[in-house]
Design a binder for this molecule. Structure first.
Ligand code: KG4
Ligand code: ZN
Length: 336
């Protein structure tokens, strides 16, 4: 029996200050998330300066709490994993500097983690990965289909050519005057609406696995404006349900087609939009019908957290990746 690997993860790429301790990349010992949503709500989105300030205030408290909850001593912790990018540079820097200070003071190896790799590895708390697998990533900044043939290796199958899925949700929510973050609000409204409006589906060229959501977003704006000009009233619930139906249709259809073409053993879903009830239900039912195993993280592991960073960091650590104390935040760090 090999020794357990215990990794401390730190995540501050956007508006959650998070720290977590994970054993062997698949068991959460503690997972603390301090959300700043309330502070950003009145501005209708994340204000980078405010995010950084909150991270500074919360970081040590969140770290102390996660260590206490996990009931581990510092000598049991094997390495410190931290999100190095992508994200807001000022926000990332707080986590990176906290991780570097701890790595230096406690003499621990430091491992920089790419945020989207973290979202993917949030699925490993449910089940071991079975390669080759296809990952559908749907977050505030990303919409991608990624093929993984082994741990830590990512091949791009398709990506958005304009807005990310979460971005489209947030923009449509703003048009409907819903509070930030808009995704969960649209999700909630859509439950009570009917998909009566036939919004476009951007299938793109034959065989393409890329996505595009900006046309859909414009179609929603036009529909709302035209209705206003004609003095008609559209139900917000129906707009939300119709918009959501278009997003889900494209995401599900393309993921299913790619899963078959690449003959994968497993499909995993990752990122904030994976918390969407409509998307979860449709993906589960379509993949069950096809007999392809699919994993979707529980709601609290879909949105930003540090357990997923520790999980991805564990793989990187086991593969020998080490970052130096010159590790820097990289706001546009790519997965591939
Ligand atoms: O992964 P995430 O927490 O942060 C990024 O790394 O981007 O994703 C945040 C995005 C936001 O756009 C938010 O509106 C969306 O995920 N989101 C949702 C839901 N919950 C969060 N979108 C649709 N339905 C939801 N239930
Ligand atoms: Zn994220």
């Amino acid at each position: 029996m090999t020794k357990d690997n215990i990794i401390l993860g730190i995540e501050t790429s956007c508006d959650e200050t998070a720290a977590s301790i994970v054993k062997n990349g698949n068991t959460i010992l503690s997972n603390v998330v301090a959300s700043q949503i309330e502070s950003h709500k009145r501005f209708g989105g994340v204000v980078p300066e405010i995010a950084s300030r909150h991270h500074v205030e919360q970081m040590t408290l969140v770290l102390e709490e996660t260590i206490q909850q996990a009931k581990v001593d510092w000598d049991e912790i094997d390495a410190i994993a931290v999100t190095e990018g992508p994200g807001l540079v000022g926000a990332l820097l707080i986590g990176v500097n906290a991780a570097k200070a701890l790595a230096f003071a406690k003499n621990k190896p430091l491992v920089g983690v790419q945020h989207i790799a973290g979202h993917i590895y949030a699925n490993r708390f449910q089940q071991e990965f079975d390669f080759p697998l296809l990952a559908l990533i749907v977050s505030g900044g990303h919409t991608e289909l990624i093929l993984m043939k082994e741990h830590g290796h990512f091949e791009l199958v398709g990506e958005t050519r304009d807005d990310a899925a979460g971005e489209a949700y947030d923009k449509v929510a703003r048009m409907l005057k819903l509070p930030y973050p808009g995704g969960p609000e649209i999700d909630r409204l859509a439950q009570s609406g009917k998909a009566t409006i036939d919004f476009p589906r951007a299938w793109l060229e034959e065989g393409s696995y890329d996505f595009s959501f900006s046309g859909l977003k414009s179609a929603v704006i036009n529909k709302i404006h035209n209705a206003e000009q004609r003095g008609e009233t559209l139900k917000d619930e129906d707009i939300a349900a119709s918009f959501q139906a278009s997003v889900i249709d494209v995401l599900t259809t393309k993921t299913l087609r790619a899963a078959k073409e690449f003959n994968v053993k497993q499909v995993i879903v990752a990122g904030g939009v994976a918390a969407n009830r409509g998307l979860r239900t449709e993906l589960l039912s379509q993949f069950e019908k096809e007999g392809i195993p699919i994993l979707i993280p529980p709601l609290n592991l879909c949105t930003d957290n540090a357990a997923m960073i520790a999980a991805a960091g564990t793989i990187a650590y086991e593969q020998g990746k080490r970052s130096g104390l010159d590790l820097n935040a990289n706001p546009s760090l790519e997965l591939l």
